[in-house]
Design a protein around this ligand. Sequence first.
Ligand code: SDX
Length: 433
Amino acid sequence: MSTLCSDQAILTLGGNEYKFPIVEGSEAERGIDISDLRAKTGHITLDKGYGNTGSCESAITYIDGEKGILRYRGIPIEQFAMGPTFTDVAWLLINGRLPTTAEYDEFSADLTRYANLDESMRHQFEGFPRVAPPMAILSAMINALSCFHPELHELEDESQFRHAAARLISKIRTIAAYAFRHSRGLPNIYPDPALRYVPNFMHMMFSQPYKQYICPQLVRDALNLILILHADHEQNCSTSTVRMVGSSGANLFASCAAGVCALWGPLHGGANVEVLTMLEQIHQGNITPEEYVKQAKSKDSKVRLMGFGHRVYKNFDPRAKMLGAIAEKLLPQLSAGDPLLEIARRLEEIALSDPYFIERQLYPNVDFYSGILLRAIGIPTNMFTVIFAIGRLPGWIAHWWEQNQTQANRIARPRQIYVGETHRDFVLRDNRR
Ligand code: SDX
C-alpha cells in the first residue's frame, strides 16, 4: 500500500481551489489521487496513451526509466543472470518471494503434470489453416482451455488459483509448440515428463517421432534467461489489458488470451519480429544502416527504428543490455558470426550518436536483440512474439491475481472527451438529401 503524504496538490479552477491527496510508493514515486476530481470539479483529466496516469498500485515490478532499473519483487533483473530458472522467477512474480526447495519442486511437478492438452483440444489445431498466425492460435487456444477447465472459471482460493496458474504456464508451451508443428505439417510431439520446462518446450518444438531433440545447455540457458527477462514489466500495454479485462470479473484464461492479442501489436511484443525484418532488409542490401536510420528520423516516412525507444525507459533498457551481452557471447558458438548482429551493432552505434535519438531519449529496448538471439537458438521468426508471450504469462497471471485480491477492485472504465456531432434529429430515408 502507498502512504498518504502530508502535502496536497492544489488545483485552481474558475477561481476555486481544490485539494487532492498525494500518495507515495515504497520507491518514493508520488501520485496525485484524483479519484474524486470529477465529483469536486466537474472536470476529468485527458492523458492520451496514459503516459502520466497510474491505473493501480502494484507490488510486483518496479521500473525506474531514467536510471534503467528493473526489479521483480525487489530483485534486480541483473541478478537473474546468476542462474535461477524461469520456473523460479514465475513463482517469485506470482507469490511475492522466491520459492523454497519444497515449493519449487511442487510447482515443477505441477508444470510437468499439466503439460498435456486434452486430446479433443489437440485436434482443434487441425482446424486452423497452416498459415494461421501463431499468436492468433495462441490466444484462441488459451481461451479454449477455459472450456476444458470450467472448475477454474471462479478461483475461490489461493490453492485453486495456483493450480490454474500452473496449468496455464505449463500448457502455453504445448499450445505454442503444436501451433508451430501444425504450421509445418509436422505431427505433434507429446511433452516428455522427464524434461524440465525449457527443454520440454524445445523437445515439443523440434523432436521428430523417430529422433528426440536434445536441448543443448547453451540454448537452454539462453532461452531460460530470455523468458525471465520478458516475465513482467509493470503496466505495459498487454499487462494493462489483462488487468482491464480481469477487472470485469472475466476468468484468468480469458484475461490472458486478451493479453496475447495486445502483445501481438508491432509497437509492443510484435517488435521483435519487426526488428529481424529490418535487419534482414538491410542485410539483403536493399538499404544501408545509415539510410534506414535516416528514414526512421523522417516525419514523412512511417519507418521506425524497430527495437528502439520506450514509453518508460529514457535510458538503456536493462534487458537490452543483458540480451546484447548474451548475444555477444552466444552467437559465435551458436551460429558462426551472424551478420545481423553486426548490423544491429552498427544501427545502435549510429543511433546513439545521432541528435534525433539522443534528444528523444531513444535507446535499444528488449526487442532489439531478442530476435537475433531467438533466431540463433533456432526459433522461427513467426514464433518470436509467442516466446515473448510464454515469458510474459507469469507477469500477467501475477497482475490478474493481485488485482483480484484488492478489495477495492472496481471495473476499469475510463472516461473520454466527446468531440463528435452535437444534438441532431433522426431523418427518414425519403427525406434525406
Ligand atoms: C515493448 O511498455 C512496455 O513496458 C513494453 C515492453 C514490455 O516489456 O512490455 O517493454 C515491450 O513493447 C518494447 C517496445 C517495442 N516497440 C518497438 O521497438 C517499436 C519501435 N518503438 C516505438 O514505436 C516507440 O518508441 C514506442 C512505441 C516503444 C514508444 O512510443 P511512445 O512512448 O508513444 O513514443 P512516441 O511514439 O510518442 O515517440 C516520441 C518521439 C516521436 O517523435 P516526435 O513526434 O517527438 O518528433 O520519438 C519518436 C516519435 O516519432 N520515436 C521514434 C521511435 N520511437 C519513438 N522514431 C524513430 N524510431 C523509433 N523507434
